[in-house]
Ligand binder design. Sequence first.
Ligand code: SF4
Length: 208
Amino acid sequence: MSYSEDDFIQLSSLQHFVFCPRQCALIHVEQIWAENRLTAEGRIMHDKVHEEGSASKGKMRIERAVPLRSVRLGLSGMADVVEFHRQPDGSWQPFPIEYKRGRAKPDSCDLVQLCAQALCLEEMLSVHIAGGAVFYGKTRRRLDVSFDENLRMQTKKIVLQVHELIDSGFTPKAEYGSKCESCSLNGLCMPKVITKSRSALRYLMERE
Ligand code: SF4
């Protein structure tokens, strides 16, 4: 299967979808965006990483703000950093690194986004990529990620789900949860109000 350029989705949409499908639809279907302190800090961190430019260190080359695409998955976006490690046979092995402002999260959204970057690089460069890393700014920890079969399958499944969501043009209903407290769209989505009025309505209907 291959996608035409018009049907490409952004790599960032995968992370938004894993965090909250409604957030994904608000951003990528309804084109709504709002910034809060967390997204602003994340944007500044990415800008800094991208500005540092390319570098070489011994048997390693570092490329920043690398454009990515996959026709097979209908994906496009950018990798913060791709390290290229020189192999004994003279080839260069890519190793993508994603920078995140905070700390490692309980869900797999960062891993899915990184794995999707690796899938794009594999298609673009015709190589196999075994692993990459997520660097967390708050803890200054680098989490090594193995692109095993489970993560690859999960990532491809999410890519399909995001294509379906965006094609449908449908925005799922708000479901209030702890994630809403850190969501920059909270003020526009109003999940507490919507969830409460829906529960009240359901209660009234069940009493009838
Ligand atoms: S406020 Fe909550 S329900 Fe609304 S988009 Fe954000 S995470 Fe999703």
